[in-house]
Ligand binder design. Sequence first.
Ligand SMILES: [Zn+2]
Length: 434
Amino acid sequence: MSNDVSLGSQNRIDAATIIPGRGGPLQSASCIFDTRILWVGSTSDLPEQYRHLEAHNVETLMPGLWDAHVHYFGARRISIDEIYRTPPAAAGARIAEDLRATLDAGYTSVRELGGWGYQIKDAVNEGTILGPSIYSSVAPISMTAGHGDAHNTPLPVVKAAIESYGLPLYICDGVDECIKAVRQQLRRGAACIKVLASGGCTSLLDDPEHRQFSDDELRAMVAEAERSERIVSAHCHGKAGIMAALKAGCKTIEHGTYLDEECLALMKSLNATLNPTRNFFSAGLLTRSLWSAPSYAKLQHAAATHLSAYKLAIRSGVKIALGTDLGVSGSIPDLEPENATVFSHGSNARELVLAVQAGMTPLEAIEASTINSCETLGPQAPKKGLVDVGWDADLLGVVGGDVTRDIEVVTRAANVRCIWKAGRVVKENGRLIR
Ligand SMILES: [Zn+2]
């Protein structure tokens, strides 16, 4: 372990290329930081006061990546019922490995849209386990019979599990219960609120094209979240759910499977963000054994539309963030990195490759998976996602090729040679360290 880059002291990285996150790359550039970034620019312009600092040399310096849609449920099959059945201690033990793999892949932050991250984040922050900074919605909020309900389990059993041990799922109906649902997530430390505004694939009986929750219920949840400066993220596949969520004030649309030009125009006018979660579809289709038969059939139907909707969204210029939905999807087995865990935590950066395949440039994919993803937290967004003065020094030193031309470079954890989190080295020479 090296102590040369420690909390509070000033550090210098010289890079052949700095990718700032938003804007064009800098060549032959330097970055000076303590816990935050103090200076960025051409090495030839480095101020006198920093010239004595010993430089750490990297090929490419870029912001730590964000996964804007991930789950740490610790389950081992893709079903909502399985999440209800998994003992929390077993889930926690598995999640420790999932978090380690996520960080190793260069992900220094995640927006968790449902999962145990809200409880385990303290263990990360205190240094007991290695992982990204976690910003969690706690539970995805579902209506009865909705996407977050366990349709094969008696409803009182489901509700008792939520009440008795803090299972990160929630069911409510009617305006009053919806308001209480948001307050319950705030009480458990939610950084944003996630509502399930359409049916989904991982649940059994609901239809991804049907909308869920009434207009009044959605509006009540958004208003309650806004009072505490939390944005509301809406899971929606079908167009009806997308339109209803946007009109109610939801700021990010997760999946967007059946969106069309009318949806995109509304999103742009409201400055909403699309989080297409392409990995959920592309990887899900290749991991049939993890799915129940009805869920897999729904996935196949949705996947047939999703890619064309994603391409349409990129062409429209709507703001896009990148999340994988790992935790409820597998990854592509042939492309699985060595360090990936069950459900492929650690393969998160495949999402950037999928974004480029759908029409983004590598730099656009990086912007989507750094600053755009950070901004999906709205007023709660930390300063993590840019290599720029005043931002947290969450940084990656990447080797193995020109990231601005070949986004595949960042998908190999071994190429992410160094990682700094708030200025502290957590990976050096390709190995995670404490
Ligand atoms: Zn999800």
